[in-house]
Design a protein around this ligand. Structure first.
Ligand code: ATR
Length: 282
């Protein structure tokens, strides 16, 4: 008797643009696994119904905006890392029990280690932005041993609120907030080993005007989680100023590879996933 193909998916709104189905289906095919990964548009008002009726029919799924935080109360169990981050990007249906994970931060760390051999323990890190992506990176970088993290954001109050809420969860976390315009920003850049852009600046080729490159520690790695364009204006400019750069596509690949492993128990080829991603983006 032929076994039924197991369904996987990504849910979100919008979801049409997602590159995950191409990446995941290529890796599933390569591993000879009988799964099929598709996109499911779930509007904000439909999440409740989706979780009650449809989620259980899937073997697992990825979660993207705007559901990453809202999905938590709908799950049977959320692993501590995802709970600390306050967001879930991966759900695994374990014998009818829906379990929430977050592979974004660890996907980022794996990409940084694999591609740049950057050592997070004892390093000082400055993150541009204070949204959901910044939050997941702070938690993972802290757990990986970063000695100090600075959140630099256009709206200082938002960075301060995020820093306050994370420091309540992690008593040993050394986390500071600063604005992009005050004197603290260049001061912090001087001590930075790794600069990460988590803002939407860079999408569609937008740039940070007058970035104070002279203030950044010489040799500091500059990383962008924006993956399209691959070389964002920030990365191009960093390269011109002699800094090693880390592009955003690796985080997308490794967060997907970690989700794949949770669902199937198999490790996919990150190389294959990256090849498909680049082909789709070109
Ligand atoms: P996500 O949750 O996906 O990480 P988000 O919540 O949409 O993203 O947050 C976007 C981030 O990009 C914020 O830190 C935002 O800064 P504000 O808090 O000041 O809004 C930042 N951002 C967006 N446009 C920006 C710009 N033109 N210059 C600087 N920062 C910008």
């Amino acid at each position: 008797m032929k076994r039924k193909t197991k369904p996987l998916a990504i849910i979100g709104d919008p979801v049409q643009h997602s590159l995950s189905p191409s990446m995941q289906n290529a890796a599933l095919r390569e591993c000879g696994l009988d799964y099929r990964y598709e996109k499911i548009l779930v509007r904000p008002e439909e999440l409740d119904r989706f979780m009650k009726k449809k989620a259980i029919q899937l073997a697992g799924f990825n979660v993207t905006v705007p559901h990453k935080e809202k999905i938590l109360p709908h799950l049977d169990f959320v692993v501590p890392l995802a709970r600390s981050i306050g967001a879930v990007n991966t759900v695994w249906n374990h014998r009818g029990m829906l379990i929430g994970f977050n592979t974004d931060g660890n996907g980022y760390l794996m990409s940084l280690e694999q591609e740049k051999r950057f050592k997070v323990p004892q390093s000082q890190i400055l993150i541009l932005g204070a949204g959901g992506a910044a939050r997941s990176l702070v938690v993972s970088l802290h757990l990986a041993g970063a000695s100090k993290i600075v959140l630099a954001n256009r709206t200082l109050g938002r960075a301060q609120r995020l820093a306050g809420s994370l420091k309540k969860k992690f008593s040993k976390l050394r986390l500071q907030a600063c604005s992009l315009t005050g004197p603290d920003f260049p001061k912090n850049l001087k001590q930075t080993d790794l600069l990460i852009n988590t803002t939407t600046v860079g999408l569609n080729g937008t740039a940070f005007p007058n970035f104070p490159w002279k203030a950044l520690r010489s040799g500091a790695t500059v990383s962008d989680i924006v993956y399209h364009p691959r070389m964002t204006p920030l990365l191009k400019s960093a390269q011109q100023h002699g800094h090693p750069v880390h592009t955003g596509e690796g985080m997308l690949v490794y967060q997907g590879a970690l989700s794949f492993e949770i669902w199937t128990g198999r490790a996919p080829s990150a190389k294959t996933m990256l090849k498909v991603l680049r082909k789709k983006l070109s």
